[in-house]
Ligand binder design. Structure first.
Ligand SMILES: [Zn+2]
Length: 318
């Protein structure tokens, strides 16, 4: 097909050229898709997404304009391609789709988490060969044969995905409760019957959430994390000892969390503040190793990504 065919509007092409052009465009789209995966891998390696976002996923959604699902598929396929560089050809030819590559990567990750067994490179190659040219549903069956319990776990997780059902942002989820969990909830109902003899599952979850959050914010402070730039690693000192400069009292820790409104305090390049509320860590603005103190004005709350970004930028860090 020559350039002049590409410059013509589809309505002006004859049947043969129209079909040939559609094939060419699909190939071009897959080629660009693979090139994008290479770029994402490099952006991830340099952690460039952290300049304005708290995760690569957030970057792909907000900066590149993909939906949550499309971003997830591309990042998962990129990770599989990092482990098995040869799938690049299959992705480009269409023998392996982004969806199937993502499915394999998610399955292998869940398998490692659930069973502790990481698939070898040879096993990964075998799996990819088996799902090549298969639809998502067919690939699901192939993976289920390898590890039924992992397939079951992933199916349950899929059902747990919240679906917005109300104008007040209420969501609907489908939960699979093990027999063990059902018995625990029954015991909880028995122990709290004085409050409500027949609470709904939603009420029970709310009680549990309130109770756990109150406990986490209680006397012991928020869960301690070790900051890579140096904080919170030391236990409370005994009365007669000089406190370590890294030591942060529970009350000070609570003050830092409260002041930050339980959210990462990193100011992004865009001027916005990071919105991350997950895996937060207390960090010394001026590192302890450089004489920084554990005082309220020298402490901040950072998410793990931005704490790492800050550490990477400190001179002398490797
Ligand atoms: Zn952050």
């Amino acid at each position: 097909m020559n350039f002049s065919t590409f410059s013509k509007a589809p309505q002006t092409l004859n049947n043969h050229d129209l079909l040939a052009r559609a094939r060419e465009l699909a190939h071009e789209e897959r080629r660009a898709g693979v090139a994008l995966l290479h770029h994402l891998r490099e952006i991830d390696r340099r952690r460039l997404f952290a300049l304005n976002h708290s995760s690569l996923h957030e970057y792909v959604v907000r900066e590149l304009g993909y939906s949550d699902g499309a971003a997830h598929r591309r990042i998962s396929a990129m990770r599989l391609m990092s482990s098995l560089p040869e799938i690049e050809d299959q992705l480009r030819s269409g023998a392996l789709t982004l969806s199937t590559a993502s499915q394999v990567q998610n399955f292998l990750r869940a398998e490692k988490k659930l069973t502790g067994n990481a698939a070898s490179t040879a096993e990964m190659r075998q799996i990819v060969a088996k799902v090549e040219g298969k639809s998502t549903r067919e690939a699901e069956s192939v993976l289920a044969v390898r590890a039924p319990e992992v397939a079951q776990h992933l199916a349950a997780r899929k059902l747990e995905r919240p679906r917005v059902v109300g104008t007040d942002q209420s969501v609907q989820v489908t939960l699979t409760l093990s027999r063990e969990l059902q018995l625990k909830l029954q015991r909880l109902r028995d122990r709290t019957a004085h409050r409500d003899p027949n609470p709904s599952l939603t009420q029970q979850i709310e009680w549990l959430a309130d109770f756990t959050l109150a406990k986490l914010s209680g006397a012991s402070g928020e869960k301690r994390k070790v900051s890579s730039s140096g904080a919170e690693a030391m236990p409370a000192p005994c009365k007669n000892a000089n406190p370590s400069p890294r030591y942060i009292s529970s009350s000070l820790r609570r003050e830092v969390w409260r002041r930050a409104a339980h959210r990462c305090e990193m100011r992004l390049f865009s001027g916005m503040r990071c919105s991350r509320t997950h895996l937060l860590q207390i960090d010394h603005l001026h590192p302890v190793a450089w004489g920084g103190a554990s005082t309220a004005d020298n402490l901040q709350l950072l998410c793990a990504v931005h704490n790492q970004l800050k550490s990477d930028r400190l001179p002398g860090q490797v």
